[in-house]
Design a protein around this ligand. Structure first.
Ligand code: HEM
Length: 551
């Protein structure tokens, strides 16, 4: 029989040996799985991102180059801007295994290369791939060849002024619903001197509106919120003085949001194929995608013989699509426009709210100019002609100034199809070239002399031109701002987006004044989904007639 001491001695000796063995095995595994691959891959990464002569860059021994800086930056776009500020209007990033990227911020080069020399470039593969996993044959992910041209031609009528004029009633009805919801929320929030979160309402508005344009009817996202207001209780009021009320998501709306978030992760990851590989393993993701497509397909089949874009496609083509576009490619294209057309306008709307909150004097001027020229009725209505004929110069100026500074899209990412020369530097075929369209507008708007107003100041007046009779008209005044990108691969939804933003701001500014809140004036921006977006929007609004306004 062994003594208890012996027993203890024997039992500690064996685990001690085991733990050494485990330690040794872990060390070998680490060596095999991490260290050796790194030692092999790092020189490869170094080579792939080898810098071009004459193009400035951050000199570092680190083979991952700018990767860590990019990860630390609040958004990639912000990091790009910092680099051109540091190195000049052309510089390069070294991204280890992801190669090198040339950044171009000179406005003349941007305009020239994206428009006049567009045939030298295609949309960057790394960006196209981030969409292909969801939107497969949608134009956003296609190379600029015949198929892409066919898709763009097929969709052009959905953004024509004659067609959009027929959708204005639906867009205005959505604006009205949004304002009605905010009137109720603001009444409740003001009882507690609280703010209320508005992001979800804005996203619902944008989704309903693009559905109205693309499929002729909306998803009733705002209606769901309006209905849920009836069952509001004070428990929705959080302790931090913020009213958070999010209506339940309908299945279709939840599915589209899910797709959008998946694409956002793919785009941010820098390794979209990997992200899609994982997403495609998730049953929830597969179901969401399938159901979104079934929804679009059902709407395409239920065309009413009316004047929606779907009806127009059917009257133009016997199959509702041109020869060469397969049924699945047609669905992909509709999904592309729905997703692209929901996310970007809602992001810009959040920025509009943010900038106006920070600039009460702009709200005041806008309100007095709009009230002088437009009468708001209980059922908001405005026509395309009224919005387009230049009668709301200051409204146009405010929207252009928000688009310029919000830098939502920020980058037109291209691959060079030939050797090219940009700003005197030789860029070889195959290089990734990111044209910093956002940065161009932010840093090159002329400052106003002796006023402290720099190119980075929010100053809508810079978009106005004084006429001989003393009135003001909207003018680009040579400001090199490209919020929708530029050239043949620029944004096809620009016209609709501008109408939607103008209709929203017109009715909003005539109804409400935004009071200053900590959250809305917080300077942070985040790359939340795909775009540069304000991190959280909590607002406090007051009807103009409810007392003193402005500063
Ligand atoms: C204020 C709102 C919007 C902004 C700021 C915006 C911005 C942009 C930008 C910067 C691009 C890339 C351009 C380039 O690479 O040069 C783009 C592409 C695109 N946008 Fe928009 N967009 C907006 C609204 C919309 C809307 C409403 C739709 C649909 C109706 C839409 C559909 C698309 C599509 C399909 C592309 C890809 C085009 C292609 O690759 O061929 N966008 N947008």
């Amino acid at each position: 029989m062994r003594s208890s001491d012996e027993g203890v001695g024997t039992s500690t000796a064996i685990p001690g040996l085991e733990s050494h063995l485990v330690g040794l095995m872990s060390f070998l595994a680490l060596l095999l799985l991490v260290v050796i691959p790194c030692l092999v891959l790092l020189p490869v990464a170094w080579k792939l991102s080898a810098p071009l002569n004459d193009v400035p860059y951050n000199k570092t021994w680190n083979p991952l180059g700018d990767v860590l800086g990019l990860l630390r930056a609040s958004t990639p776009v912000d990091y790009f801007s910092q680099q051109v500020e540091k190195h000049g209007a052309i510089c390069q990033l070294r991204l280890g295994p992801m190669g090198r990227v040339i950044l171009v911020a000179d406005p003349k080069e941007i305009e020239e290369n994206l428009q006049k020399r567009a045939e030298n470039f295609d949309k960057a593969k790394v960006v196209r791939e981030a969409f292909v996993g969801t939107l497969r044959q949608g134009s956003v992910g296609l190379a600029a060849k015949e198929q892409w041209k066919l898709h763009r031609r097929m969709m052009t009528p959905s953004m024509s002024p004659t067609y959009l004029a027929t959708r204005m009633n639906q867009i205005c009805a959505n604006v009205q619903k949004l304002l009605d919801i905010w009137a109720v929320k603001s009444r409740l929030a003001s009882k507690y001197d609280a703010t209320f979160e508005c992001d979800d309402d804005i996203e619902r508005f944008a989704m309903d509106s693009i559905m109205a344009v693309m499929l002729g009817e909306n998803l009733h996202c705002l209606e769901d919120t309006y209905k849920s207001l009836n069952s509001l209780t004070t428990s929705e009021l959080s302790q931090q003085g913020v009213l958070r009320l999010s209506a339940p998501f309908s299945r279709n709306y939840r599915n589209f949001r899910y797709l959008l978030q998946g694409m956002g992760s793919a785009l941010r990851s820098g390794a979209p194929a990997l992200v899609y590989g994982v997403l495609n393993l998730l049953p929830g993701w597969r179901t969401a995608r399938r159901e979104c497509y079934q929804f679009i397909e059902s709407k395409l089949e239920q065309h009413s013989g009316g004047d929606s874009f779907v009806d127009r496609l059917l009257s133009r083509y016997p199959d509702g699509r041109p020869e060469g576009v397969s049924p699945s490619a047609l669905l992909d294209e509709f999904a592309t426009f729905i997703i692209g057309g929901a996310d970007t306008p809602s992001t810009v709307m959040s920025w509009i709210i943010k900038y106006l909150t920070m600039h009460p004097q702009v709200q005041n001027r806008l309100h007095s100019e709009l009230s002088a020229s437009f009468k708001l009725s209980n059922n908001f209505s405005v026509t395309l002609e009224e919005l387009q004929d230049g009668g709301f110069a200051y409204l146009d100026a405010v929207i252009h100034e928000v688009l310029r500074l919000a830098n939502v899209g920020g980058v037109s990412a291209r691959d060079a199809l030939h050797d090219v020369t940009i700003s005197g530097c030789q860029i070889p075929k195959g290089s990734q070239v990111f044209f910093l369209t956002g940065h161009s507008g932010i840093s090159n708007a002329p400052p106003v002399e002796d006023s402290g107003i720099t190119s980075g100041t929010f100053y809508p007046e810079r978009w106005l031109k004084e006429e001989s009779d003393g009135s003001f008209s909207f003018s680009s005044n040579g400001i090199p701002s490209f919020p929708f990108g530029h050239g043949p691969r620029g944004c096809p939804g620009q016209r609709f987006a501008m109408l939607e933003l103008k209709a929203f701001l017109l009715a909003f500014n005539l109804t409400f004044f935004l009071e200053e809140t900590v959250e809305a004036t917080d300077a942070q921006a985040e790359m939340l989904v795909v775009l540069r977006k304000p991190s959280r929007m909590c607002i406090k609004i007051r009807k103009w007639e409810d007392g003193r306004v402005g500063i």
